[in-house]
Design a protein around this ligand. Structure first.
Ligand SMILES: C[S@@+](CC[C@H](N)C(=O)[O-])C[C@H]1O[C@@H](n2cnc3c(N)ncnc32)[C@H](O)[C@@H]1O
Length: 245
């Protein structure tokens, strides 16, 4: 693959084994989450409100790249959830998810698989698909195929919700990597230099964020009716978005 100043250019497929290896050490990611560096509190609070306001009837949820599902379980409290399926590559995260989901009070299942394969296999139906910081791992060609398959999983009127790092409308990937890297250096004070370096390596090699306008266009091309932006953090690195089928 050609390299530009050490940064990989877009690939055809996600480097699943490397992503899995990175998230097998769940504690590093968990430390960033506990410090709210990725705005989990705000995002999952809005998701909770969304479940209450838009899904009054029993609904099934497919959580792709579910991680430890800790914040998701909080978002689902008091909602009409009737069936939950979480998919992730990282065994350590899934073991934690099994414990977190024990108190959910509805049918739930976890699968240690590549979510792209699961969705493209087309054997699952769900009323809602959730992706928390995981769609951007897919390079562009996989994103389009994924959206097409995801549309096939949802009923008319169903929801695909995603919380994603995003490019500014006048920004390219290299500029995003520089901007977001500077924010981490300036504000992620609880992380060690070694942790910041490892996080930076992962993002530089495996994150392919898109502009909100690009995501909207890609989703429309696959039959979604449009995009609603539900949250943008003050630094404009992370967005919570909703696509309706
Ligand atoms: C940044 S974490 C997000 C975890 C959780 N959704 C959250 O909101 O905190 C990304 C998760 O996606 C998982 N992941 C990445 N690519 C995946 C794939 N192709 N299939 C399954 N899981 C994947 C990783 O193992 C990791 O647990």
């Amino acid at each position: 693959m050609p390299e530009k100043e050490g940064l990989p250019l877009e690939r055809e497929v996600e480097q699943v084994a490397e992503v899995e290896a990175y998230f097998q050490d769940w504690r590093r990611y968990r430390k960033a989450v506990e410090n709210n560096y990725l705005y989990h509190r705000e995002v999952y609070a809005r998701l909770h409100d969304f479940f209450l306001n838009h899904l009054a009837h029993p609904f099934s949820l497919l959580d792709l790249g579910c991680g430890d599902a800790g914040f998701m379980v909080q978002s689902l409290q008091g909602t009409a959830i009737c069936r939950y399926l979480g998919v992730d590559l990282a065994r350590m995260a899934l073991d934690l998810a099994a414990r977190n989901l024990a108190g959910l009070g509805c049918e739930h299942q976890l699968r240690e698989e590549d979510y792209y394969e699961v969705v493209c296999a087309g054997a699952i139906k769900a009323d809602v698909i959730w992706m928390g910081l995981t769609f951007h791992h897919l390079p562009r060609p996989q994103k389009a195929k994924f959206l097409q398959a995801a549309r096939g999983i949802l009923p008319a009127g169903g929801y695909l919700l995603m919380y994603e790092p995003i490019l500014l409308e006048d920004e390219d990937r290299d500029q995003f990597l520089e901007r977001s890297g500077q924010i981490r250096q300036d504000t992620w004070g609880a992380m060690t230099a070694a942790e910041l370096e490892r996080i930076g390596d992962h993002i530089n090699n495996h994150d392919f964020p898109e502009k909100i306008s690009t995501l909207e266009q890609m989703a429309r091309e696959q039959g979604f009716s449009g995009l609603t932006a539900m949250f943008l953090d003050p630094d404009q690195v992370y967005a919570l978005m909703c696509f309706q089928a």
